[in-house]
Design a protein around this ligand. Structure first.
Ligand SMILES: Cc1cc2nc3c(=O)[nH]c(=O)nc-3n(C[C@H](O)[C@H](O)[C@H](O)COP(=O)(O)OP(=O)(O)OC[C@H]3O[C@@H](n4cnc5c(N)ncnc54)[C@H](O)[C@@H]3O)c2cc1C
Length: 560
C-alpha cells in the first residue's frame, strides 16, 4: 500500500501547531504540509487563554527587562540564549498577528494595550479583551486556510511515531470517525501537542491535555527535560479547577485569608498579588496549614476579592456567586507544564526528522517557573522557528518509502487492537485508575513535595501501571470510541507521571515550582542545571543533569 507523503507533518492544531504550519508554508510554498489533530483545531486548549501574550512593545519597556524577568522567574535554569532570542522575536510575532487580523485591545491613542502580569516588572501583557487565546487561535486558523498546501486531518488521534533507521518517518494514527488505523509518511514531523495537566485532579487544563506528544517522543527515545517543574496557578475554582485569569489580579483583585488579611504582604511584599505563581501558590498552602484558609468541600481556599472591580460571568456560572457582592473562592491548581520534550532553539530534537514546539516542548524558556503570558508568545516564536527549520530539512530529506512504514503500521495496529479492543481478560476500570492517579499526584507531586510522599507516589504509579495492563474496555465499537482514546491517553499520562515523580525525587533542592520540604533551599552548586530523563525500555527513567547556559544574568536570590 502507498501511504500519503508530506514534507512537514504537524501533530497538533493549537497555537504552536498552526503557527508552525504557516511558517513552513511561507518558507517554501511548494511543500506539502499536513496538520493532524485529535480535535478540530479551534477546540485546542489555546482557545481558553484569557489573560494575554507578553512582548516588550511599549516604549518604556525593553527586551533586556523582559529577558531578566523571565530568567529570574525561571529561578535561573532557563537557557539565557533562548530567552534573549524569545524576547527579541515576541514583539515581531505579535505585530505579525496584528497584520493577520488579531483584534488586540487598544489604548485611547490607538496603540496596542498591555496589562500587568505576575513577575513582570512592567505592563507587557498584550490582550484581546478577555479572549486572547480565542482571538489568537482564530487568527492563526484563518490564516492557515489561505494556504492550499496546508491540509488537515481533524479528529485523528496519533498513537505512535514511526521510526526507521534512526529517523522519524511519519505517524500512525486512529481515525476517530471510522476507527481505522492508518499511517502517514513524512520527511519531517513537528510535535505541538500541548500540556499534560490532566495528570492532576485539579487542573485548569481541558480534558484533552494529556501529554500525548511528550510520551510519544519519550517512547521513541527522545529525552524529556525538567519534568519535575509543574506550575500551580494560585486562582483556580476549588470544585472544577477552572481558571480565574491572573488578569483579575493584574487589574486590582486582592487575595485575602480568613482573617480578612491580604496575607501576601508576608511573602511577596513588593509585588503582592502580582508576585510569581509558584511563590503565591506556596504562600496560600502555608496559610492553609496555619489555619488561615477557609474550609470547603474541596479542601481549603482563599478569597479573591474583586468587589471593587468587575467580571461576573465565571463566578455566576460556575460557583453560583455574584462577585459584585461576594469574593470568589480560589485555590492553587495545576496549570502548566514547564517540562517537556528536549529540543534546541529551532525545535529540533535528538531524533532526526522530529521537531517540537509549544507547551509539549522544553526549548529552555521557562526553566523552573514560567511567567504568565510568556506561553502564548512562546507558541508563536518557537512554533514559527520549528516550522521554518522543518521546512528547510524537508527540502533536503529523502522521502521515506512505503515499505518499512507498512510493517510499522501493521505492528502498531496490532498493538492497539489487541491490547485495547480484543483482549477480553481485563477487569480494571479506566476511570478508577485515572482518578486515583490524579488524586495521588495532587497529594504527592503538588505545590510542596517530600522524599516520603514522592517515594509513595512512585510505588502507587507502579501499581497503577500493573492495573492498567489488566484494563477492560467495555466499548468495542469503532466509531468515536472515546473509551479507547481515553485509554490511550491514560497510558501516556501514567508514563509521564512516572517520569515526573522520578525527576522530582532526583532534584534534591527547592527551585521555582519544585518545592521540597526536606530540601528547602536552592542549591546552585549541584543543581544549576536541567534534568534530562531518557526512556529505558522495561526499566526506570535514566536521569542526568546538564549545566544550564548563562549569558548575562548570574544567579541571585529570587526575592520580590
Ligand atoms: C485555562 C488556561 C488559560 C491560559 N491562559 C494563558 C494566558 O493568558 N497567557 C499565556 O501565555 N498562556 C496561557 N495559558 C497557557 C497556554 O494557553 C498554553 O500553554 C498554550 O496555548 C499551549 O498551546 P499549544 O499549541 O502548545 O497546545 P494546545 O493549544 O493545547 O494544542 C494541542 C494540540 O495538539 C493536539 N493533540 C494532542 N494530542 C494529540 C494526539 N495524540 N493526536 C493528534 N493530535 C493531538 C490537540 O488536538 C491540539 O490541537 C493558559 C492555559 C490554560 C489551560
Amino acid at each position: 500500500m502507498e501511504f500519503p507523503l508530506y514534507d512537514v507533518l504537524i501533530v497538533g492544531g493549537g497555537g504552536a501547531g498552526l503557527r508552525a504550519a504557516i511558517a513552513a508554508a511561507e518558507t517554501d510554498p511548494g511543500l506539502k504540509i499536513l496538520i493532524v489533530s485529535k480535535v478540530y483545531p479551534m477546540r485546542s486548549h489555546t482557545v481558553s487563554a484569557e489573560g494575554g501574550a507578553a512582548a516588550a512593545l511599549r516604549p518604556e519597556d525593553s527586551w533586556e527587562n523582559h529577558a531578566f524577568d523571565t530568567v529570574k522567574g525561571s529561578d535561573y535554569i532557563s537557557d539565557q540564549f533562548v530567552v534573549e532570542t524569545f524576547v527579541r522575536e515576541a514583539p515581531v510575532e505579535l505585530i505579525q498577528l496584528e497584520h493577520w487580523g488579531c483584534p488586540w485591545s487598544r489604548d485611547p491613542d490607538g496603540k496596542i494595550s498591555a496589562r500587568p502580569f505576575g513577575g513582570m516588572t512592567t505592563w507587557r501583557t498584550c490582550f484581546a479583551a478577555d479572549k486572547t487565546g480565542f482571538h489568537m487561535l482564530h487568527t492563526l486558523f484563518q490564516t492557515s486556510l489561505k494556504y492550499d498546501r496546508i491540509e488537515r486531518l481533524d479528529e485523528t488521534f496519533v498513537t505512535s511515531l514511526l521510526v526507521e533507521d534512526g529517523r522519524c518517518v511519519g505517524i500512525a494514527a486512529l481515525n476517530q470517525r471510522s476507527g481505522v488505523m492508518s499511517a502517514v509518511r513524512a520527511k519531517t514531523v513537528i510535535l505541538t501537542t500541548g500540556g499534560n495537566g490532566r495528570i492532576y485532579a485539579f487542573s485548569t487544563n481541558g480534558n484533552i491535555c494529556t501529554g500525548d506528544g511528550m510520551a510519544l517522543a519519550y517512547r521513541a527515545g527522545v529525552p524529556l527535560k525538567d519534568m519535575e517543574m509543574v506550575q500551580f496557578h494560585p486562582t483556580g475554582l476549588p470544585s472544577t479547577g477552572i481558571l480565574i485569569t491572573e488578569a483579575v489580579r493584574g487589574e486590582g483583585g486582592y487575595l485575602t485569608n480568613n482573617k480578612g488579611e491580604r496575607f501576601l504582604k508576608d511573602y511577596v511584599p513588593s509585588k503582592m498579588e502580582l508576585g510569581p505563581r509558584d511563590i503565591i501558590s506556596r504562600a496560600m498552602v502555608t496559610e492553609f496549614e496555619a489555619g488561615r484558609g477557609f474550609a470547603g468541600p474541596y479542601g481549603n481556599y482563599m478569597h479573591l476579592d474583586v468587589r471593587h472591580l468587575f467580571m461576573r460571568e465565571l463566578g455566576l456560572d460556575y460557583v453560583g456567586i455574584d462577585i459584585v457582592h461576594d469574593p470568589i473562592p480560589v485555590r492553587p491548581v495545576e496549570h502548566y507544564m514547564m517540562g517537556g520534550i528536549d529540543c534546541d532553539i529551532t525545535g529540533a530534537t535528538s531524533l532526526p526528522g522530529l521537531f517540537t514546539a509549544g507547551e509539549c516542548a522544553n526549548v529552555g524558556l521557562n526553566g523552573a517557573n514560567r511567567l504568565g503570558s510568556n506561553s502564548l508568545s512562546e507558541c508563536l516564536v518557537f512554533g514559527a522557528a520549528a516550522g521554518r527549520a522543518a521546512a528547510h530539512q524537508a527540502q533536503e530529506a529523502k522521502a521515506p518509502t512505503s515499505n518499512p512504514v507498512d510493517a510499522l503500521l501493521k505492528d502498531e495496529t496490532r498493538r492497539v487492537e489487541k491490547k485495547y479492543l480484543e483482549s477480553r481478560q481485563g477487569t480494571e476500570k479506566l476511570a478508577e485508575i485515572r482518578v486515583e492517579m490524579q488524586r495521588s499526584m495532587d497529594e504527592h507531586v503538588g505545590v510542596f513535595r517530600t522524599a516520603e510522599g514522592l517515594k509513595e507516589e512512585e510505588k502507587l504509579i507502579a501499581g497503577f501501571r500493573q492495573r492498567f495492563a489488566r484494563l477492560k474496555i467495555e466499548d468495542r465499537s469503532h466509531v468515536f470510541n472515546t473509551e479507547l482514546t481515553a485509554a490511550l491517553e491514560l497510558d501516556y499520562m501514567l508514563e509521564l507521571a512516572e517520569v515526573m515523580t522520578a525527576s522530582a525525587i532526583n532534584r534534591k533542592e527547592s527551585r521555582g515550582a519544585h518545592a521540597r520540604r526536606d530540601f528547602p533551599k536552592r542549591n546552585d552548586e549541584h543543581y544549576l542545571a536541567n534534568q534530562i530523563a531518557t526512556h529505558v525500555p522495561g526499566g526506570k527513567p535514566k536521569l542526568e543533569f546538564r549545566p544550564v547556559r548563562i549569558t548575562h544574568w548570574q544567579p541571585q536570590a529570587r526575592t520580590y
